[in-house]
Ligand binder design. Structure first.
Ligand code: ZN
Length: 438
């Protein structure tokens, strides 16, 4: 099914490449949940969309949490007894346990091992580890590097700081005709990891750029936030706005070759759940729908019982279900432009249906209106390519009782959403329909 009209192939052909290229500009930045890495990331994103950068002071109470101290890092290494750097943060941001406190000392191999993290099953990969809420220091290295360590003294050095500062996040609102909002949320806290979640960050930017150029009915709020503490902070500081959110998606892991996977909102049958399922079903690609669980990305916070927002997560292979997850192998080989393009298309299809998914009343519900005298029979014979499908007209007239949206009619009739929408437009023009206003 083509939900975009004739321009889709052009969008699809190069958007994945552009997103992929943009990811490479962000990849070298050592991001975390706070600190200059986040600011640097947001400053780059700001070249593309005029987002607002917010700073929330450390120590701010946000529901049951507290905004943590700000973490910054300049350098880190392990030197062996000959003075050679055997682990060097400058070669990979992942080499340092994210949020490590500063350290400068000489330690035995035995002591050092207490602070080392490896992946024995994938001996060439560096794991990504964090210690945000418990003060610690450590290094992540390949298991092969670990096995090569000799029983000698090592100099460990981490030039980091953990001080009062701020939590930084980015926000961008595209104002539509309505103040009702669609929330698009992605996490920006991971350093040098492609699928989780540079792919989601840059996809969100390109979605925003796209939506900014077309007229929209809904307002679209984009959040670029550190995982967990970012969504908790935003929800706490914006509680009065939350009721405006009518639909939402958490964008994550959209660049791997796995099939599209949609995790439903906690509500389970919200409009966003139905729309995403419809898009995936009509794509003719393999896909999977999974029910809400209170684990995963920031949908956990949006779907906490005190908010229970209609926010799902549209990803490809779910987090944790691929071995490259949270390792140095989540790189530019693991994500590919063609899969990013495909995810971009699916997100746009979701927005396109949300934008047009209205319901109507048939203004002449007693028997069928006479379509011929209104010029709505030109479709028969199919001589024009701008025809309004006859069956679509009949389905829309029959199900426009205020109870069915256009997508419901598309599902019930088995006809493409665009055919149904075109039929509704034609009937509206002839005053045979009236929009239901909630
Ligand atoms: Zn992650």
């Amino acid at each position: 099914m083509n939900l975009y009209g004739p321009e889709t192939p052009r969008i699809k052909s190069n958007i994945g490449e552009k997103i992929y290229e943009q990811m490479s500009e962000l990849y070298p930045i050592c991001s975390s949940i706070t600190g200059n890495g986040v600011r640097e990331t947001l400053t780059i994103l700001k070249k593309h969309i005029p987002l607002t950068i917010h700073e929330v002071p450390s120590g701010t109470k946000v529901f049951d949490w507290t905004v943590p101290m700000e973490w910054n890092i300049r350098d880190a290494y392990i030197k062996n007894s000959s003075g050679e750097k055997i682990i060097d943060f400058k070669k990979s941001n992942l080499h340092v346990l994210n949020y490590s406190v500063p350290v400068k000392k000489t330690v035995s191999l035995e002591k050092l091992k207490e602070h080392l993290f490896t992946l024995p099953d994938y001996p060439d990969w560096i794991p990504y580890k964090t210690s945000y809420y418990k003060e610690n220091w450590g290094f992540c290295l390949t298991h092969n590097q670990f096995l090569a360590l000799k029983d000698e003294e090592y100099e460990v050095f981490i030039d980091s700081s953990l001080e009062k500062g701020n939590l930084t996040y980015g926000e961008y609102l595209i104002k539509g005709e309505k103040s009702d909002e669609v929330l698009i949320s992605c996490h920006i806290c991971h350093p040098s990891l492609c699928n989780d979640n540079l792919s989601g960050v840059v996809l969100s930017v390109f979605l925003a750029k796209h939506l900014n150029c077309i007229p929209v009915r809904y307002s679209y709020r984009f959040l670029f936030i550190p995982g967990t503490i970012g969504s908790i902070t935003w929800l706490c500081l914006n509680e009065e706005r939350v009721s405006k959110i009518k639909h939402g998606l958490v964008v994550a892991g959209i660049g791997d070759q796995g099939k599209s996977t949609y995790k439903r909102s906690r509500i389970g049958n919200a409009e966003i759940d139905k729309v995403v399922e419809h898009v995936l079903k009509c794509s003719n690609d393999p896909y999977e729908i999974v029910d809400f669980t209170p684990y995963g990305y920031d949908e956990r916070q949006y779907c906490s019982p005190g908010f229970n927002l209609p926010v799902g997560c549209l990803q490809r292979t779910p987090h944790g279900q691929y071995p490259e997850y949270h390792t140095s192998a989540d790189n530019f080989d693991f994500v590919q432009p063609e899969y990013i393009s495909d995810s971009f298309s699916k997100y746009l299809s979701v927005f396109r249906i949300l934008e047009n998914n209205k319901s109507f009343y048939n203004t002449t519900p007693k028997c069928e209106p006479q379509l011929g005298k209104r010029g709505l029979y030109t479709a028969i014979g199919g001589e024009s390519n701008t025809i309004v499908d006859q069956m679509a007209l009949l389905w829309v007239l029959n199900l426009s009782d205020g109870q069915h949206t256009l997508m419901d009619i598309s599902e019930r009739s088995g006809m493409e959403f665009d055919l149904i929408k075109n039929a509704a437009d034609a009937l509206l023009q002839k005053d045979l329909l009236q929009e239901c206003i909630e």
